[in-house]
Design a protein around this ligand. Structure first.
Ligand SMILES: Nc1ncnc2c1ncn2[C@@H]1O[C@H](COP(=O)(O)OP(=O)(O)OP(=O)(O)O)[C@@H](O)[C@H]1O
Length: 324
């Protein structure tokens, strides 16, 4: 998805909030938007979600399914939580039975199952927010836009949303979020955009998964014999079965460093949990396989469009408390 010369202002004669925004959002990426109050973060998110149309410029390459969680969710429809979710699931093209199943699943994940039959107007602020987040995740969106969506959620639901975000990215989605807590998903963003001075700047370069090698992390995890790894795993790591012990299985996972925190969290919070035996930063990546566009000459090691590079190199232990 690409923004070219995008600008926005409220009203024909209003002051420009954003101008000249040129940004490319990669697929399978977590994108953080930061900036001071009033810098235009929510404006940018609404443009990305397609809620508002830019006053100038173009947005191209929109993903098929987009979902948005606003800063404030005020549900005034005379529906129960489940009926509302099923209705939105239908809007997203799901069959009623599937929408019902997913509504129940997401309400349960966010600890709101007991409010499935509660009318929206009677929900507490926090539970309303859980419904708002559930409606966004229900349709497995390719673009998920979260405007301070964690606000008002209890600790368990905040952690669940962290996990859901990692799952969406691992599944190939772009997740764009704003949160005033700088610790939110700290270190996990592939790209950070800074809104301010009427524009949007790129703070960190995007990691185009599968194209840029980037630093990688080795995680050795141990689980009960025969236990399946949780799915999906953030960052879609390379996996290799290791030598287990009686009653346990060991697996070596190699993942982009930007996804390692989310991967560890997913393993540790799985049911049953996986124990982390080793976490190690990989040495400088050496491309072992290069795919070039058809007809291109032998040349540098960077892959062409659609190419991939597998990182190799020796593992360097990094300081991280590991569970036994
Ligand atoms: N619907 C609207 N009508 C008129 N002006 C608006 C509207 N929404 C936002 N603005 C203005 O646009 C500017 C940017 O607002 P925006 O909400 O995008 O900033 P923000 O960075 O998300 O702020 P915050 O961190 O306080 O949430 C502000 O000056 C705001 O007053």
């Amino acid at each position: 998805m690409e923004l070219r010369g995008v600008g926005h202002r409220y009203g024909l004669r209003g002051a420009w909030v954003l101008r000249g925004v040129d940004v490319a959002l990669p697929a399978r990426a977590l994108v953080r938007v930061e900036g001071a109050n009033g810098a235009g973060k929510s404006t940018l998110l609404r443009l990305l979600a397609g809620i508002d149309t830019p006053a100038e410029g173009r947005i191209t390459g929109r993903r098929a399914r987009t979902a948005y969680v606003p800063e404030r969710f005020s549900a005034t429809l005379p529906l129960t939580a489940t009926d509302y979710l099923v209705h939105l699931g239908r809007v997203h093209g799901l069959r009623t039975a599937e929408a019902k199943r997913r509504a129940g699943e997401w309400l349960t994940r966010f600890g709101a199952a007991e409010h499935a039959r509660t009318p929206l107007a009677e929900l507490s602020k926090g539970t309303s927010q859980k419904v708002a987040v559930a409606q966004a995740l229900l349709a497995a969106p390719d673009l998920l836009v979260l405007d301070e969506a964690w606000t008002g959620l209890d600790a368990a639901a905040r952690a669940e949303l962290d996990r859901a975000v990692a799952e969406r990215v691992a599944a190939g989605a772009t997740v764009v979020f704003v949160d005033h807590d700088p610790r939110r998903l700290a270190g996990a963003a592939d790209l950070t955009l800074r809104a301010g001075d009427g524009g949007v700047g790129t703070v960190t370069a995007p990691v185009a998964t599968g194209i840029a090698p980037g630093p990688r992390v080795l995680v050795v995890a141990v689980g009960p014999r025969g236990a399946s790894l949780p799915t999906p795993l953030p960052g879609d790591p390379d996996r290799e079965r290791g030598a287990g012990t009686p009653g346990s299985d060991s697996v070596r996972l190699t993942v982009a460093a930007s996804h390692s925190d989310a991967l560890l969290k997913t393993l540790l919070t799985a049911r049953p949990p996986w124990h982390i035996r080793q976490v190690a930063a990989m040495g400088p990546p050496e491309p072992s396989r290069t795919v070039r566009p058809a007809g291109s000459a032998e040349g540098p090691t960077s892959p062409g469009p659609g190419g991939s590079v597998r990182a190799t190199g020796s593992a360097q232990p990094i300081e991280r408390p590991a569970t036994p």
